[in-house]
Design a protein around this ligand. Structure first.
Ligand SMILES: Nc1ncnc2c1ncn2[C@@H]1O[C@H](COP(=O)(O)OP(=O)(O)OP(=O)(O)O)[C@@H](O)[C@H]1O
Length: 509
């Protein structure tokens, strides 16, 4: 955990060292030591109430600014450093970020300007070191300009209020500028990103559920300059009821499980400190010729039924999915159809077994034709699937799910094996009519903590795949792509590794 650890040794590579006092406080002196990695605070007073020494990690610092005292007779120079260290149960399931702000007063000189200069040079250096901590790669500019698209009706309708209370203060501290656009109707975000010049923005931030992200991805892919446009970084802040992408990004960025405001804090921190990383997208073609781009999931059967039927329990927030699942389990349906897929090849190198799921040989970079994204793994829907594909002979399905991120909802940790947003693999889960209600119940209960893969649950199959086809024999039932309902029809899709960009904090492997 990065916060306030006791440190007993003086660090070797000291960059700055000076004496200040803490504000507010007793005015007692303390020594500040800045190294490449941390700000070390040592109390110089004999007050036994104060911790003698603690440190704040610069990886957790989102901003630092200097200022003069308001009172003209005040000779002090000030700086405030804001950190969001990890809190919670490191070994448990919930780890989240919480604000720690420290203001220091420089008072070594009788000259006000000189004290201010000291504070200013500390603030500048701390921020420089904090930025140096970020991972190498392609960082966002230090003063970012964000276009924030917010759906005020997402989830339980609190997104606007949460943006004001939780997000704006953190963006301000991080010196980021933004333009907020509250959507007034469905498809407005889709049309905006499809039609407008986006060059004035470093990233598009979506504060909503997964539905608005779906609009943004599909809007970008509709542009004549989609090859370039789809590389525009997207960031996600949870404002809906499912928030699967937000929960996945929070998990990849080292936060384990979090929901509600804790998840929002984590994601806002990621927005301030993260960098654009590759995001897998799946292109779907339906029998009606429709092309859809997806960042999260495809579902048919139990999961899509619950997703759409539980809309009426929206007031429950994320609990609507668990409640809807229990309701649907009492009246389980089966759907007749055929499922085919191309299994992902796993690496045969010396990687440890537990790691093998992360390695896929399907690294073929998409040959990006400027006019259309080619699906090199697919044949036309009216032709049989390629001979090396697998077809599930069973024709009664209870559920078919393809998931390409770790979470299916903030509290549905369905694919713990997914460790980053750009692995180039879809996790296929399916169950046929042989599965029992007890097995399904066990699956959904274990999914909350992501332990279902360690339990033996009969007749729930998981295969990593790179392409798939679903052919329902009847047109009743609901299918969803990223939680959005589409008419039940034959369709197929393939993954495009790292086609998009999402802001995340990559973890050292
Ligand atoms: N002002 C608006 N009024 C009504 N619908 C809107 C508005 N703005 C966007 N939408 C639509 O609302 C749909 C649902 O939004 P979204 O998925 O982001 O939230 P949610 O359904 O609450 O969350 P989740 O998908 O995580 O359950 C989107 O498909 C979007 O098209």
């Amino acid at each position: 955990m990065g916060d306030t650890q006791d440190s007993s040794s003086i660090p070797s590579e000291v960059i700055l060292c000076d004496t200040f006092s803490l504000v507010p406080g007793t005015g007692s002196p303390l020594s500040l030591i800045l190294t490449h990695k941390e700000l070390l605070i040592q109390n110089l007073s004999l007050d036994a109430q104060l911790s003698p020494q603690y440190s704040l990690a610069l990886t957790d610092c989102i901003g630092c600014r200097s200022f003069r005292g308001k009172d003209p007779t005040d000779l002090g120079g000030y700086f405030t450093a804001v950190f969001y260290p990890l809190r919670g149960k490191a070994l448990g399931t919930t780890v989240y970020r919480q604000r720690v702000s420290r203001t220091f007063r420089a008072e070594g000189s009788r000259d006000k300007e000189q004290n201010f200069n000291v504070a200013q040079s500390w603030a500048k250096k701390i921020w420089e070191m904090a930025e140096e901590q970020e991972h190498p790669g392609n960082p966002l500019p230090s003063s970012c300009r964000f276009l924030v698209l917010l759906n005020p009706f997402a989830g339980t309708g609190k997104a606007s209020a949460l943006f004001q209370t939780h997000v704006i203060p953190m963006l301000t501290e991080a010196n980021a500028t933004f333009t907020l656009l509250e959507t007034e109707r469905p498809k407005q975000a889709y049309e905006l990103v499809r039609d407008e010049d986006l060059s004035g923005w470093d990233a598009i931030v979506v504060m909503s559920g997964d539905g608005l992200v779906f609009e943004v991805i599909n809007g970008l892919m509709e542009r004549p300059d989609w090859v370039c446009a789809i590389k525009k970084p997207i960031a996600v802040l949870p404002g809906g009821s499912g928030n699967a992408l937000a929960a996945s990004i929070s998990y990849y960025s080292g936060h384990k499980q979090a929901v509600g405001n804790k998840l929002l804090n984590n994601c806002t921190f990621i927005l301030c400190k993260g960098q654009p990383v590759p995001l897998d997208l799946v292109s779907f073609t339906t029998s009606s010729g429709r092309r859809i781009f997806s960042f999260l999931s495809f579902a048919w059967g139990l999961i899509s039924d619950v997703d759409i039927e539980s809309e009426r329990y929206r007031f429950m927030g994320s609990a609507r999915f668990s409640f809807g699942t229990f309701v649907r389990l009492t009246a389980l349906r089966t759907y007749r159809g055929r499922l085919s897929y191309q299994a992902a090849k796993t690496s045969v190198d010396t990687a440890p077994e537990s790691d093998s799921h992360r390695r896929t040989l399907n690294d073929s970079t998409d040959i990006v034709n400027p006019h259309v994204l080619e699906d090199s793994l697919l044949v036309p829907l009216n032709e049989p699937v390629p001979p090396h594909w697998t077809t599930v002979m069973e024709d009664q399905f209870v559920l078919v799910l393809l998931l390409y991120q770790s979470h299916l909802g903030a509290d549905l940790f369905t694919a713990p094996m997914v460790q980053s947003p750009g692995e180039g693999v879809m996790q296929l889960f399916y169950a046929t009519s042989r599965v029992s209600r007890a097995s399904l119940l066990k699956l959904f209960l274990a999914m909350e903590k992501g332990t279902h893969l360690h339990e033996s649950i009969p007749h729930i199959i998981n295969v990593p795949v790179t392409a798939f086809r679903v052919e329902p024999f009847e047109s009743n039932g609901i299918m969803t792509v990223d939680g959005e309902a589409i008419p039940c029809c034959s369709l197929q899709g393939q993954i495009h590794k790292g086609l998009g960009r999402i802001i995340s904090i990559p973890q050292p492997s």
